[in-house]
Design a protein around this ligand. Structure first.
Ligand code: PEP
Ligand code: MG
Length: 855
């Protein structure tokens, strides 16, 4: 028996492994090895359970032999990863009319009845598949209830309740084995990362008595708080109970430690309590994990039924991992691999309390994590007015445009009907740490009437309170309780450890001083992308910008730019000062000019007044600037070459700010990046002018400085021609938002409309604006990197599209030899941890979340 690899009696040396028998079976063997009082257990392997599911009968005599004749048994699932779930446990197998009578003598009628009832009900529901409602009216205190339940079973099934323990056990095993193959169970576990062919093991364990004479009961205990990870004895114990009853019937449960509010396990069974603490501590050290102990007490004696990894919030996970490493239980590197980088979002943004009820109005794309509540407003102006009144508001738009920036700053969250992961609202929302759901197309947006209609027919009006949960991509009714964002000392410690092992740089995309400050607080190693155009929407700059756009001659344009120069210079000085000598990569003006113009008639009129021009002039100019495909039109370097005065002004502002900020702080070496390049000649032309501006500023100011000029690779052609571009560029930064858009020929602003259909039908495995398409776009990255480096070995390579913050893209870029990734400031910690995990993984050959056994 001991040697049977499929029906394995668990002893310290039995052939039990997580990969063949599941995590629970393996954990129980470890507890047996620690000499804990674990009831007898037999583990069934994945193969055995598969055979049972397909109708084969295991060797029941061999299976039941270790338990003797009178034992009651329970069966629990044992999948490879406990998170993949499995069918619920079934207790008290083996009870029948004869044993019931014995149990009445041993434990009393009440306890025996409760045990038999529990089994009959579980058997009826899980094995005979009867409707659970049929037991709703059963009153457990009624002395005849058992007879009634057995009769109900017989009436429904037209069979007697099975009395043979072997039959009972076999049927339970069959039902659990088959439940694992059900569609819902399969989809649920696959959603948690289980492979399609994941196996299920089962453990058959002798029931340790927990009902009867003396102090008997069952419970769970752990030594940390699941929400905070702080050391605190928590759990539940209920006298005269089984399984997880103590958790279900909380009101009657006892305190574990002595407590002035009521009786405790420590007082009722002090020795068992002390042992429990000792065992749970021992499990922590020997199993190298914070464990919850499931136990029973039988007349004061302790049995340990199971050890389960303590459930934990992201906060708790970090504190637990750090404290295990601090106590020398696991190495620091392993602590790093224990945290899912994405879970860090929970610490950086407010979240809806997971215990709160959720009234979901609609779902969309989870574009920027965190949650916030507020009254619905339908325009940026209303958002600003609401903020001025001190009323939190949620800005609802069909999609946002640069004109909405101030409204977004005023709002607590943003909801849009259209858009995808790289649409305006998403990019800006992530940059600001503003919760944002985009592409909520199941809602009907009636912007004129200022109402929203949800798919289930509910109508929301301006002023109604909603909550945007950007972590899950949901819009909720009302104001559920939120948990605040907090980065405690354990988080800081973990991040320091991450930086010690990380071997790829992490910078932030930051456009404003506030972004830069956030980037610094999160220890970004510089700014990898500063989108300068956002600066032109601030305050009265928009009017000057519009004057520049309307200028008829170079002279008039230069005059307007002359007024923008000091504003840009001031912006850059502030950024350089905040970043204290760290690299700041400034992208020259990128969007098409018409984005700065009003789009409706009222706006045109206002502009005509402001610029003192006839309305017809304004309308004509707006028409002149309009393009069929603005994102593929006169923008980026094309504008820079056609209207070179804009880049001249920006270069001057950067250099003058460099001199100014270097005067009283660390020397600044600015990086200037040219957007939307597709040809070498574009770079040559811009470089010549920027060099000329640098020379002029040096001469005028009598000060020297250095700078680096680089190219943003966001057209497929730039990636393919990287070999001839690189000699003119100190760095190449891959803008994977536009590169994805252009590689697929897929508008980043419109893709949200059909993306979910595409993903559901398996056309794309995921939204490529969300998950880097490593096959297509990725190949361009590799080609660009390779050809660029071949031409110029010291070429600095980076990614600054939104993918830069995702762990998978970081892995890809690191493997392709990139120097750094740049992402929204709030994703910097996620990127730092993900990058550290990659280094650890490479060093020790393990996957994140898996123990470093050989360290
Ligand atoms: C990009 O295209 O990847 C990029 C970073 O630039 P933007 O999102 O501003 O177009
Ligand atoms: Mg771009």
């Amino acid at each position: 028996m001991q040697q049977d690899p499929d029906i394995t009696y668990i002893t310290p040396t039995a052939p039990v492994a997580t990969a063949t028998h599941g995590g629970r079976a393996k954990c129980l063997q470890r507890l047996v090895r620690l000499d804990l009082p674990v009831p007898k257990t037999v583990a069934l392997s994945f193969d055995e359970v598969r055979r049972i599911a397909s109708g084969e009968t295991p060797d029941m005599a061999a299976l039941m032999e270790p338990f003797g004749d009178a034992a009651l048994l329970c069966v629990r699932p044992s999948s490879e990863d406990p998170d993949w779930g499995g069918p619920g446990a079934v207790l008290n197998i083996g009870i029948n009319d004869a044993r019931f009578i014995d149990l009445c003598d041993q434990l009393g009628r009440e306890a025996a009845t409760a045990m038999y009832l529990r089994f009959v009900q579980a058997y009826a529901i899980h094995v005979a598949r009867l409707d659970p409602d049929m037991f709703d009216h059963i009153n457990q205190d009624d002395p005849d209830c058992l007879t009634e339940v057995l009769r109900a079973y017989e009436e429904e099934t037209e069979e007697e309740f099975p009395q043979d323990p072997a039959v009972q056990l076999l049927e339970v095993l069959r039902s659990m084995a088959r439940a694992w193959g059900g569609t819902t169970a399969r989809l649920l576990r696959q959603a948690k990362g289980a492979p399609a062919d994941a196996g299920l093991g089962l453990v058959v364990q002798e029931m340790a008595p927990s009902m009867g004479k003396g102090e008997c009961g069952s419970g769970v205990i752990q030594l940390v708080n699941s929400k905070t990870g702080e050391r605190k004895i928590t759990g539940r114990y209920l006298s005269q109970s089984q399984g997880r009853d103590a958790l279900a019937r909380q009101s009657a449960a006892l305190y574990l430690e002595r407590d002035p509010r009521g009786p405790s396990l420590q007082e009722l069974a002090p020795e068992a309590f002390d042992q429990l603490i000792e065992y749970t501590r021992m499990m922590r050290v020997r199993l190298r994990e914070e464990m919850q102990t499931e136990f029973t007490i039988e007349n004061g004696n302790l049995h340990v039924l199971d050890g389960v990894r303590v459930a934990r919030s992201a906060h708790a996970a970090i504190r637990i991992a750090v404290s295990l490493a601090d106590d020398g239980v696991i190495p620091r590197e392993e602590a790093l691999t224990r945290i899912d980088p994405r879970a860090i979002n929970e610490l950086l943004h407010r979240q809806v309390d997971p215990d709160a009820p959720r009234d979901v109005l609609a779902t969309g794309i989870a574009a920027s994590p965190g949650a916030a509540s507020g009254r619905i407003v339908f325009s940026a102006a209303e958002a600003q007015a609401s903020a001025a009144r001190g009323e939190p508001c949620v800005l609802v738009r069909r999609e946002t445009s640069p004109e909405d920036i101030r409204g977004m700053h005023a709002a607590t969250a943003v909801l849009t009907e259209r858009g995808g992961m790289t649409s305006h609202a998403a990019v800006i929302g992530r940059g600001m740490g503003l919760p944002c759901v985009v592409g909520a197309s199941s809602i009907k947006f009636h912007l004129r009437r200022k109402t929203l209609k949800t798919a289930d027919g509910r109508e929301l009006r301006a002023g109604d309170i909603v909550t945007v949960d950007g972590t899950n991509g949901e819009v909720l009714a009302g104001e559920p309780p939120l948990l605040k964002a907090e980065q405690d000392d354990a988080f800081q410690t973990l991040m320091t450890w991450a930086d010690e092992v990380r071997d790829i740089g992490v910078r932030a995309n930051a456009d404003t001083p506030a972004d830069a400050q956030t980037a610094r607080n999160f220890k970004a190693q510089g700014i990898g992308l500063c989108r300068t155009e956002h600066m032109f929407f601030e305050g009265d700059r928009l009017t000057v910008m519009r004057e520049m756009i309307f200028a008829d001659s170079v002279k008039d344009r230069e005059a307007a730019l002359e007024r923008l120069l000091p504003m840009q210079r001031a912006d850059f000085i502030e950024l350089f000062r905040i970043m204290q000598g760290q690299p700041v990569c400034i992208r020259l003006f990128d969007p098409p000019l018409h984005e700065f113009l009003p789009h409706d008639r009222a706006g045109h009129r206002e502009l005509a007044e402001a610029l003192d021009l006839p309305l017809s002039d304004v309308t004509r100019r707006v028409e002149q600037l309009s393009e069929y495909n603005p994102m593929l039109g006169m923008r980026g370097v094309r504008l820079g070459i056609t209207v070179p005065e804009i880049y001249d002004m920006q270069a001057r502002a950067i250099f003058e700010a460099t001199i100014e900020a270097s005067r009283d702080g660390d020397p600044v070496v600015p990086e200037i990046m040219i957007p939307l390049v597709s040809a070498k000649r574009e770079v040559e032309l811009v470089k010549t002018r920027v060099d000329a501006v640098a020379a002029a500023v040096r001469t005028e100011k009598g000060r020297d400085f250095t700078y680096r000029l680089g190219v943003m690779v966001e057209t497929p052609r730039a990636a393919l021609r990287a070999g001839e571009i690189a000699p003119h560029a100190a760095f190449l930064s891959f803008g994977t938002n536009d590169l994805t858009q252009m590689t697929y020929g897929l508008s980043r602003d419109d893709a949200g409309r059909f993306m979910s259909t595409y993903v559901q039908q398996g056309v794309f495995p995921e939204d490529p604006f969300h998950d880097l398409d490593t096959e297509g776009v990725g190949e361009l990255l590799q080609i660009g990197a390779q050809r660029g480096r071949d031409a110029r070995p010291d070429l600095v390579l980076s990614i600054c599209g939104e993918h830069g913050g995702s762990p998978e893209s970081i892995a890809f870029c690191r493997a392709a030899g990139f120097n750094y990734v740049s992402c929204s400031p709030f994703r910097v910690p996620v990127a730092r941890l993900a990058a550290a995990q990659l280094a650890v993984q490479e060093k020790f050959g393990v996957l994140p979340g898996k123990p470093l056994k050989d360290l």
